[in-house]
Ligand binder design. Sequence first.
Ligand code: 48N
Length: 312
Amino acid sequence: MAPPVATYSSPLDEPILQVKKNGNQVNSKTSYDVLEDYEGGYRFAPIEEAQVSRAMIKRYFNTMYERAVSDVVIVGAGSAGLSCAYHLAKSRPDLKITIIEAGVAPGGGAWLGGQLMTPMVVRKPADRFLTEIGVPFEDEGNFVVVKHAALFTSTVLSKVLAMPNVVLMNATAVEDLIIHPDSKGVQRVSGVVTNWTLVTLNHDTQSCMDPNVITAPVIVSATGHDGPMGAFSAKRLVSAGLLKELGNMRCLDMNRAEPAIVNGTREVVPGMVMTGMELSEHDGSNRMGPTFGAMMASGIKAAKEAIRIIES
Ligand code: 48N
């Protein structure tokens, strides 16, 4: 039998959620209700295609205009950047926090545990962050295991995106830094230079694709140690003459790496706080491999550092 064809005389003035079932008007209160067959089949409110474009354009470009001046820009939405964003936005709901993420999908390396395996290991006491955001885990004594890394990442991401003072611009890359001398002549990071990531990755194929800018008194750099732009800010600080040389991440040592990253999280140059695995490239600390507690704790420390700078 052919599926029912939704036919209605004048959709624009038909009551949207008033649908007929067995000849009677029915208020479809829940999504399940509307899944049942109604006379004329499942129905949507009518729309003009241009309404969709304008709904996206208006909001996105209003946001770009409004966030051209932010209070804190976080570069990189991996586990460190997202943990920083969560703590910062929760502690200071008055701050305009803008996250710039080069990938279409935020989350960095935290969608998987290690060697593409899915469980995520978090060493105590960093499990407290999991408890705070409501991520269940199995307790193994000195560490805990989240059944799938994506459960942590999707949870922290959803909480960060739900915060009214946070804006995430994904598929957008930071391709340079804004650096000004302050009143004492000290070089200070004062913002970021951005472009669509696909443009940033293609400057060698098409010249003169100039970037955009976002200014902020504090930049938190959490660009990780691998991927097409890993350790972006650390490398740029070297080429800009604000860092003598990269420390270069050292070999794996979990017990040394994790406290070094957390305790080393700091304002590495005036106006820039560095967090997560990018710091291992900046400082030359060890890598910790497939354990994520330091990313969470480092992100939280970066948030505290950003607040300290803002309030100083
Ligand atoms: O997940 P990552 O790479 O970085 P972190 O520091 O948040 O977490 C690191 C963690 O995943 C590990 O590497 C673990 C602990 N392994 C350690 C080890 O020993 O191997 O996230 C960085 C994010 C990514 O999403 C990138 O796409 C993004 O930063 N990114 C950028 N976004 C915008 N502009 C850029 N220039 C840029 N560069 C990187």
